[in-house]
Design a protein. Structure first.
Length: 45
């Protein structure tokens, strides 16, 4: 069941002009700039 929060999370990126992939890459790049090792661990798991 989709909650209101799930709906907002799925719609917001589209409203901002980001696809899910673009948004994901943006978040990963942001984490990579802050903590590369943590990002590699998160991506692997």
């Amino acid at each position: 069941m989709a909650t209101i929060a799930d709906s907002v999370v799925s719609v917001l990126p589209a409203l901002l002009g980001f696809s899910d992939l673009d948004l994901g890459l943006f978040v990963i790049m942001s984490w990579a700039n802050n903590d590369p090792f943590r990002v590699r661990f998160k991506v692997r798991t």
